[in-house]
Design a protein around this ligand. Structure first.
Ligand SMILES: *Cc1c(COP(=O)(O)O)cnc(C)c1O
Length: 384
């Protein structure tokens, strides 16, 4: 059996090496290293792929979130609601901009922000909601947009983990993740579903004015050369990364499809296990609303019951199976993000999930022998 990897960037690269290498060499030869034609080409291709009016490339997914919030004109003291169970980047930029993060609990089935918890957290100071499409599946956007409309709030989708996933409204209409809220951010970190070979990110919006504002912010607040109208940042996707992304974007659907096939093999193997809860593909818009294109499995994350999760991690590692715990500590318990207003009873689900979740190897290159070995090793352990 081939050595199992959590993410197999090398195997993926080998399949597109000729195309990627020549695209990168074109950039080197052209010397258009910053904002060259490759960046423009990628921007257009991603706009077409997503069906969104504006893609603004930037340096990474954390910048993308920050710039989206700057573009919306959020002011110090404004409250921004986001999920307690996510990567810290989301809450970090809220705090960095001196906005007030309001962390709320998540749904135990989808792992995404809990709708009732959002409603409960709204105050007159609330200005925005940041749903994170965790592990590759959209949050319940229909319910979130309804709340936002009712309370006049902005919705910023953190789409770092779900690029290419499709959200289906309860009436059957479909939209790509990241095109539903007022603005969205994504990351092209190498291990993301659409990853480059360094850092990269982008902001998406259908709002022409907001897109214009954001294009200035990413470029030192300049709308006319050397005229600085607002305080901006320097955040660019470099041409070499864009050259790589141009090749990889063409593969994104195939990559996501490979992830979905692996996920369904995992879930099939685990389906009769009482101590294992497999990931749902229902974003929560309706009951029994499983759709095959809703989840792009950035991570394949189980909940294990009646099992010492940390002992399982250790056992898998000893068997040569890498795995991950995303995330081991709720954000509201992190030193940097504690707030005297939080009460533990409001974070029941997150507090439970951090003890139960385990993410199995997930990438485009896993074969059946590896999948069989992983699932049987997990099953033996949870039943021992
Ligand atoms: C990866 C990630 C980010 C940050 O992206 P970077 O490109 O690493 O800055 C933000 N939010 C979530 C949910 C992520 O997974």
């Amino acid at each position: 059996m081939k050595k199992i990897q959590m993410v197999d960037l090398k195997g993926q690269y080998n399949k597109i090496k000729t195309e990627v290498d020549s695209s990168v060499l074109e950039v080197l030869d052209s010397t258009a290293y910053i904002n060259g034609p490759k960046v423009h080409e990628f921007q257009k291709s991603l706009e077409d792929y997503l069906g969104v009016k504006h893609v603004i490339p930037c340096a990474n997914g954390t910048d993308a979130l920050q710039i989206a919030m700057m573009g919306l004109g959020l002011k110090p003291g404004d409250e921004v609601i986001t999920a307690d169970f996510t990567f810290a980047a989301t809450v970090e930029v809220i705090a960095l901009l001196q906005l007030t993060p309001v962390l709320v609990d998540v749904d135990p089935v989808t792992f995404n922000i809990d709708i009732d918890a959002i409603k409960k957290a709204i105050t007159p100071k609330t200005k925005a909601i940041v749903p994170v499409h965790l592990f590759g599946m959209c949050a319940n956007m229909e319910a979130i947009m309804e709340i936002a409309q009712e309370h006049d709030l902005f919705v910023i989708e953190d789409n770092a983990q779900a690029i290419g996933s499709t959200y289906t409204y309860s009436n059957g209409n479909k939209a790509k993740a990241g095109t539903i809220g007022h603005v969205a951010s994504t990351s092209f970190f190498p291990s993301k579903n659409l990853g480059c070979y360094g850092d990269g990110g982008a902001i998406f919006t259908n709002d022409d004015d907001l897109a214009h504002t954001i294009r200035g912010i990413v470029n030192h607040g300049m709308y006319v050369r050397y005229h600085h109208d607002v305080v901006g940042v320097n955040s660019r996707l470099d041409s070499i990364q864009a050259a790589i992304l141009n090749i990889k974007l063409k593969q994104l659907d195939a990559y996501n499809n490979a992830r979905q096939i692996t996920a369904s093999k995992y879930s099939k193997a685990f389906k009769d296990e009482k101590n294992i809860i497999t990931p749902s593909t229902n974003s929560g818009q309706k009951e029994d609303f499983e759709t095959t294109d809703s989840h792009v499995f950035h991570q394949y994350t189980l909940r294990v019951l009646n099992t010492d999760r940390d002992a399982l991690v250790k056992h898998l590692n000893e068997q040569g199976i890498p795995c991950g715990v995303y995330y081991p500590i709720p954000l509201h318990l992190q030193k940097a993000y504690q707030d005297a207003r939080y009460i533990e009873a409001d974070f029941k689900v997150t507090n439970q999930l951090v003890k139960e979740v385990i993410s199995l190897p997930m990438h485009t290159e896993l074969d059946d022998e590896q999948i069989e070995f992983i699932t049987s090793t997990v099953i033996n352990f949870v039943n021992s």
